[in-house]
Design a binder for this molecule. Structure first.
Ligand code: AMP
Length: 369
């Protein structure tokens, strides 16, 4: 199978790493000549709206997928009509608009934070009388890693908050008082076959994911599976889908979907027998899915900005580093470390996790273990 990928960053890289043993070949499109996936296949080094890049990818590929969401819709539609492109464009469009996304969740009986569409400073004043403070004002589209968001507290100046988002169409959401953030990842094939990954607990700092972990089967697994299944069926989805959730007591509220392989699923490379990357490829290439099961408690620590000393990492004998080959830069995801506890006492595993978190300067998270 020849798989064309829009984007050539770490997600494309890890898809290719998973696909090569299955005999798959890869071609990528990215305007960045230093793209880290390029060692796994030819890089068409052109901008995403370059017609000749689309043509080359369409002619070469048996199937096309993407690793990021800000792809121009007309380009996706063109590729979708000409070749098999998965996940489908309707999923991309829905995930790209927080109002459409939450409307879909609610129409499927999936609960969310209370929300209102905001198009002006007057809308914001009006919506706050319904939703109250604290609440969160977010741009409807193009937000990632916590960007394009303002928390509206009791003392927040509304004019300044609105100005900060530069008049972009927005959503105002009630602030959910959650116990923890979790995500569920599923793979779905065209024929409706579906595989679920175990519910994963996620920890963010400054809007960026720092730690994901999955120690055991969770009591809310079935509830989360039901939610992601409804969404995937509604979208006639093909590929990996991630659903980010807020857990409050036994309730799960949907926050957002990602129509692609997701950072909170990187631990599946070492913690399950079939990673999210492999199952994404299986799904889009119409190959039987692997039903993932948790091999042992697992965790993933993101490496952001700078890499820790390799010898220090190696002292953690249950750790598996995944270094993307990207230049160090503040706030940039440049690798991750998966930790599994096969043959290890959970206490030892947690001590290793604590030590790894300290190594990457996540002291507050480390203090939890
Ligand atoms: P998002 O871009 O929607 O994923 O939001 C980034 C982060 O902001 C989330 O992971 C949460 O930690 C926090 N957040 C977003 N929306 C809400 C909400 N309605 N209530 C509480 N926290 C939120």
């Amino acid at each position: 199978m020849k798989v064309g990928i829009l984007g050539a960053g770490q997600l494309a890289q890890m898809l290719a790493q998973a696909g090569q043993p299955l005999g798959m070949e890869f071609k990528f499109v990215s305007p960045d000549p230093t793209s880290c996936a390029a060692q796994y296949g030819e890089l068409i080094c052109k901008s995403y709206d370059d017609e000749s890049a689309h043509q080359e990818l369409m002619e070469w590929s048996d199937v096309i997928t993407y690793e990021f969401e800000n792809i121009p819709t007309d380009m996706v539609l063109k590729l979708e009509q000409a070749n098999s492109l998965y996940p489908p464009s309707n999923a991309l469009a829905t995930a790209g608009d927080r109002i459409a996304e939450k409307t879909m969740f609610n129409s499927l009986g999936i609960e969310t934070a209370q929300y209102e569409a905001i198009n002006s400073a007057e809308d914001l004043h009006q919506a706050l009388t319904v939703i109250g403070r604290p609440s969160i004002l977010k741009t409807r589209s193009d937000g990632y890693d916590g960007k394009g968001q303002v928390v509206i507290k009791d003392n927040t100046d509304l004019a300044a908050a609105w100005d900060k988002l530069q008049g972009a169409p927005c959503i105002l959401e009630s602030m959910v008082n959650f116990d923890r953030e979790v995500s569920i990842i599923a793979a779905r094939k065209k024929n409706g076959e579906i595989a679920y990954y175990p519910l994963t607990e996620n920890h963010h700092r400054e809007g960026i994911l720092r730690l994901s972990m999955c120690f055991h089967a969770e009591p809310l697994q079935n509830k989360a599976q039901d939610m992601v299944r409804k969404i995937a069926e509604h979208l006639d989805y093909v590929g990996i889908i991630a659903l980010e959730l807020f857990q409050a007591g036994n309730e799960l509220l949907a926050n957002e979907i990602a129509p692609r392989v997701h950072n909170s699923g990187h631990w599946t490379q070492n913690g399950t027998q079939a990673s999210q990357f492999e199952n994404h490829l299986r799904a889009i290439c119409n190959i039987d899915l692997m039903q993932p099961c948790l091999l042992a408690p697992a965790a993933m620590v993101n490496l952001i900005g700078t890499l820790p000393n390799a010898d220090d990492v190696a002292k953690h004998r249950n750790s598996v580093p995944h270094i993307y080959g990207k230049a160090e830069r503040e706030g940039r995801k440049i690798g991750h470390i998966n930790l599994t506890s096969k043959d290890t006492d959970l206490k030892v595993f947690k001590a290793e996790l604590k030590s790894l978190l300290n190594l990457v300067n996540e002291f507050d998270l480390a203090a939890k273990f």
